[in-house]
Design a binder for this molecule. Structure first.
Ligand SMILES: Nc1ncnc2c1ncn2[C@@H]1O[C@H](COP(=O)(O)OP(=O)(O)OP(=O)(O)O)[C@@H](O)[C@H]1O
Ligand SMILES: [Mg+2]
Length: 310
């Protein structure tokens, strides 16, 4: 069973009686498996937050339907095992962190012992233990983001929706959040992550979806997007002209990048062992072999820009 399954979701925000509405999500279908960490990427205004709000039944879709853990989103039971960190979390700031988490614990109907244990755990992993007795109005922006995160994972939900969890966090805070996401994955939690911080996505997500103008334009796993298995980069001691021309004759192309590196364009990754054997036979001393890897940021920008040209 899919943890999240959405079919043909469209959301048009109406604006006044006669104005044309804004189509924030456009016929979007997606499936996220149980235990998967799914990154949802797209430029500002692409519809990411709107899509999460539809799935959580905070706003109604104009069209389409969706299920969480097999339960229709209109059924309140669909949200029983779901945690949510909103884009700009807002809390009653007269409460302190303990009180806030107790409030949410009661909301999730958590048992007293379990709540106390989890409350301390989540404060510890987000680094808020020291500040837990201070009212939230004395918290910095990043601290509020952290308490929002605590609230989202408090009840150990089966699915967690995180809308830009790293907003406003310092590098240590971001690292902690990444660690927590990896830990959620280990526990089998499904995570749906809206994020602009591509390195965070690259480090934590199994698969990503790229959305633009409300449309899902690409779904792929990170490897597929960032590793080009058709370009081999080899660190080699002595890339002589003889070696380069001999290799150039048997692959699509072979070129010298610098004194110790050559790059080969190949037909298929299956040819890699044969190519390495040939290089060794030609007297090449090899130190490192890897497929060409581009950053997720480069790939993301090129996907978004190419889509615009079509
Ligand atoms: N309540 C609303 N009323 C009218 N239009 C809205 C409303 N909320 C969002 N929109 C519009 O819907 C579109 C998608 O917005 P959304 O907040 O879902 O984007 P996003 O991908 O989350 O962007 P960001 O990366 O900036 O958070 C935008 O054009 C936005 O202006
Ligand atoms: Mg958003």
């Amino acid at each position: 069973m899919a943890a999240i399954s959405a079919t043909n979701i469209t959301k048009v925000y109406k604006q006044g009686l006669f104005k044309k509405g804004i189509k924030a999500v456009d016929n979007l279908s997606i499936e996220v498996s149980e235990g998967e960490v799914f990154g949802f990427l797209g430029p500002n205004g692409a519809g990411k937050t709107t899509f999460i709000k539809v799935l959580l039944n905070i706003i109604y879709p104009t069209n389409g339907n969706a299920r969480l853990l097999g339960i229709d989103i209109y059924n309140p039971k669909a949200r029983r095992n779901v945690g949510y960190l909103p884009e700009s979390p807002y809390f009653n700031d007269r409460m302190n962190a303990f009180q806030l988490l107790e409030f949410y614990g009661a909301f999730y109907k958590m048992k007293r012992n379990h709540l106390e244990k989890r409350r301390n755990e989540v404060l510890e992993i987000t680094g808020l233990t020291e500040a837990a007795k201070r009212p939230l109005r004395s918290y910095s922006k990043g601290m509020l983001q952290r308490i929002g995160f605590c609230q989202a994972i408090l009840s150990e939900p089966e699915i967690v929706f995180l809308d830009e969890p790293s907003t406003g966090l310092d590098p240590m805070g971001r690292r902690r959040i990444k660690d927590v996401i990896r830990d959620l994955k280990k526990r089998g939690t499904t995570v749906f992550l809206n994020s602009h911080i591509l390195s965070d996505v690259q480090d934590t997500c199994d698969r990503i979806g790229i959305v633009k103008d409300g449309k899902l334009i690409k779904v792929a796993n990170i490897q597929e997007l960032t590793v080009d298995q058709h370009v081999l980069r080899i660190n080699i001691d002595n890339p002589t002209d003889e070696i380069i021309s001999a290799m150039d004759a048997i692959v699509i192309s072979c070129r010298k990048v610098d004194d110790n590196t050559i790059e080969l364009a190949i037909d298929t990754p299956q040819n890699t062992p044969g190519i390495i054997a040939k290089l060794v036979e030609l007297g090449g001393r090899i130190y490192d072999v890897r497929y060409h890897e581009s950053s997720l940021e480069d790939t993301f920008i090129s996907i978004i820009e190419n889509e615009g040209e079509q």
